[in-house]
Design a protein around this ligand. Structure first.
Ligand code: FNR
Length: 184
């Protein structure tokens, strides 16, 4: 009985710290859960005129979100908000009106930044969007992560200083997903 978590990374950058974080979090998953990395870099800019005739990447995005049991957003902060590429993906899968792929999918929000506030402002903007889309989002623990030496170890796994914190975050997140998937 495998639960699939759709992972949406808000950076397209080759060496993205947020993508590294998303990959490192895989190792903290319990048995029975897997990550599906969602591709967003080939989505066109959202245009409402295309709602009735979506391109293949848009159809793929909606199918993948629709098939997921849970959502994990891992995003940088751009100018105190979320990157446009992430908003674009969110908008795509929310349409056509009444056919959103997001509704009811339990979500978690993570982000790593070079700045000291660790994407806190971006996460708050994202939570506002997720609330509107009827995505129940884990409130606590919050995770505002600053990119520092040792965050990742030589293998790309979460370093020892942050592992306990992020394992606890993951355990709470998984409990959140299970609660919503079982419909309790
Ligand atoms: C940033 N960065 C940034 N950092 C932050 O803490 N708050 C911010 O508002 C911004 N704004 C911002 C805007 C733009 C356009 C860029 C390119 C960058 C810095 C950001 O944290 C850094 O580039 C991260 O490395 C981005 O995440 P990835 O791509 O490494 O995942």
């Amino acid at each position: 009985n495998e639960y699939q978590i759709a992972v949406i990374v808000g950076s397209l950058r080759q060496d993205s710290f947020n993508r590294k974080l998303a990959h490192a979090m895989v190792k903290l998953l319990p048995p029975g859960f897997s990550f599906k990395q969602i591709q967003i870099d080939d989505l066109p800019l959202y245009n409402q005129d295309d709602d009735s005739n979506p391109t293949e990447p848009v159809k793929r995005l909606k199918a993948e979100i629709g098939a997921a049991h849970g959502l994990l957003f891992v995003t940088p902060e751009y100018n105190r908000s979320i990157p446009g590429v992430l908003k674009n993906a969110i908008d795509h899968a929310s349409r056509p009106y009444g056919q959103s792929a997001w509704s009811g999918k339990p979500a978690g929000v993570l982000g790593v930044s070079v700045g000291a506030i660790g994407t806190a402002m971006a996460q708050q903007h994202l939570r506002n969007i997720l609330a509107y889309l009827d995505i129940p989002t884990l409130g606590q623990p919050e995770a505002f992560i600053q990119m520092k030496e040792g965050l990742f170890d030589a293998n790309g796994d979460i370093g020892t200083d942050s592992r306990k914190f992020l394992q606890n975050w993951m355990d709470r997140y998984i409990t959140w997903v299970e609660k919503h998937v079982s419909g309790a």
